[in-house]
Design a binder for this molecule. Structure first.
Ligand SMILES: Cc1cc2nc3c(=O)[nH]c(=O)nc-3n(C[C@H](O)[C@H](O)[C@H](O)COP(=O)(O)O)c2cc1C
Length: 392
């Protein structure tokens, strides 16, 4: 695909990765993704903002074929899907300076083995004139690495946000055409990448408030020409209260735990609590992560295997712990054959979660009437906790 005009002298460049189905060897990409770079031609200087993932570098270099000079390569984020082609671009434009935060400079020297002399580090709030276009660099640490920044183009009121507000979607549409679809993809992206840094994301959202933003151009997914709704969505995801929702990741080998899960789900529904089940062996973990953005309560369902939780339940617990959702309550249910340390092991894996732990329900073999009664009590306790927080 050729470069595409966004506004006068501002272009989208980059690559659309229709086929990619996994990111960071972890995150499912049901809709592919894109690596967006941008070219800004000022009356005096030209800047390229970010590059593309190295497997797609030929696409970017082809788009740069007719470009006579690049004075600056703005690198917002050192991760290779945006920075990995800087070396190739420097070969073609050897005089270009790589504009980065001081931290990004060190990281790019480590990650790409670029020479220190190519860099031009900028402090928070520094301004760079391209002639008739002015760039302001806003440091946004931990969105989602420590070195990240965004760029505001004053004359056109465009925020080049890199991963901030990004979404993994492969599409030929330059601008958002279906906000519902992009909301879903951006929430998935937030859940998997940004949620662990919710508090700093909130601070960085605050930091953007003084800027008059007409357009947000991220480095994955489509450009927002009506950016208000995605900024509001981020505000809700980081600052909003959790919702009246129980997320129930579970695994069951022979159906005993599954029976307990179904019983609890039904009891919660009767109590007016929404519930989402994730059968871990067939779960898209991106969907689970998205539910964690909203969930007031997590209940992990697992049989005891080799004296602890099933490895898939341990994986889900590890993931939830790493993603640090706003969840307030946590419990465990499951079936065992003779004994083990399932509850203790899961509890020791979830120390990051600032949760109140509710009484677990573990039963030997198939659940008995008293076990079902204990699950009813768990549902009632969860409903009360949600009501006490005004979530219902
Ligand atoms: C590979 C394997 C390992 C197991 N290890 C334990 C164990 O260490 N302690 C225990 O109490 N039960 C153990 N069990 C028994 C299961 O916990 C028990 O059968 C349980 O009811 C299975 O629940 P499910 O029907 O939800 O799969 C093990 C079962 C399997 C298949």
């Amino acid at each position: 695909m050729e470069k595409r005009k966004i506004k006068d002298n501002i272009y989208w460049l980059g690559a659309i990765d229709w086929d990619r189905r996994l990111f960071d060897s972890l995150i499912p990409l049901p809709d592919g993704t894109s690596y967006n770079a941008y070219l800004i031609k000022g009356s005096e200087k030209t800047a390229l903002l970010d590059t593309v993932d190295p497997p797609m570098e030929d696409t970017l270099m082809e788009q740069l074929r007719g470009v006579e000079k690049i004075d600056y390569i703005i690198s917002h984020h050192a991760e290779q899907d945006h920075s990995g082609t800087i070396g190739r671009v420097l070969e073609k434009f050897p005089g270009a300076k790589v504009v980065v935060t001081p931290k990004a400079k060190n990281m790019l020297m480590d990650l790409l083995r670029l020479d220190e002399s190519v860099f031009s580090p900028v402090e928070d709030g520094d301004v760079l004139s391209l002639g008739d276009k002015t760039l302001t660099f806003i440091h946004t640490p931990w969105v989602h690495w420590p070195e990240t920044m965004v760029t505001y183009l004053e004359q056109d009121r465009i925020l080049f946000s890199c991963d901030f507000f990004g979404s993994h979607i492969a599409t030929s549409d330059l601008f958002v055409t279906d906000p519902g679809r992009v909301y879903e993809a951006a929430k998935r992206y937030f859940a998997e990448i940004m949620m662990p840094f919710g508090k700093v994301i909130a601070k960085n959202l605050e930091k953007l408030k003084p800027y008059d933003i007409d357009m947000i151009a991220p480095s994955h997914g489509q450009i927002y020409d009506q950016p208000g709704w995605i900024m509001d969505a981020y505000d809700q995801w980081v600052n909003g209260a959790p919702k009246n929702l129980v997320v129930l990741p579970f695994v069951s080998m022979h159906g005993s735990t599954r029976q307990m899960v179904d019983h609890l789900a039904s009891a919660l529904t009767d109590q007016g609590v929404r519930v989402e089940l994730f059968n871990l062996p067939v779960t898209d973990i991106g969907k689970l992560a998205m539910s964690l953005v909203d969930a007031a309560t997590i209940v992990v369902g697992t049989p005891t295997v080799l004296a602890g939780p099933h490895p898939m339940a341990a994986y889900a617990a590890f993931l939830a712990n790493a993603l640090r959702p706003k969840t307030k309550f946590l419990s465990i249910l499951g079936s065992y054959g003779w004994g083990g340390k399932t509850v203790e092991t899961l509890a020791s894996m979830t120390g990051n979660l600032k949760v109140e732990v509710l009484d677990p329900v573990l039963c030997k073999g198939l659940a008995s009437q008293s076990d079902f009664k204990a699950l009813d009590d768990m549902a009632a306790a969860i409903a009360k906790k949600h009501k006490d927080l005004d979530l219902v």
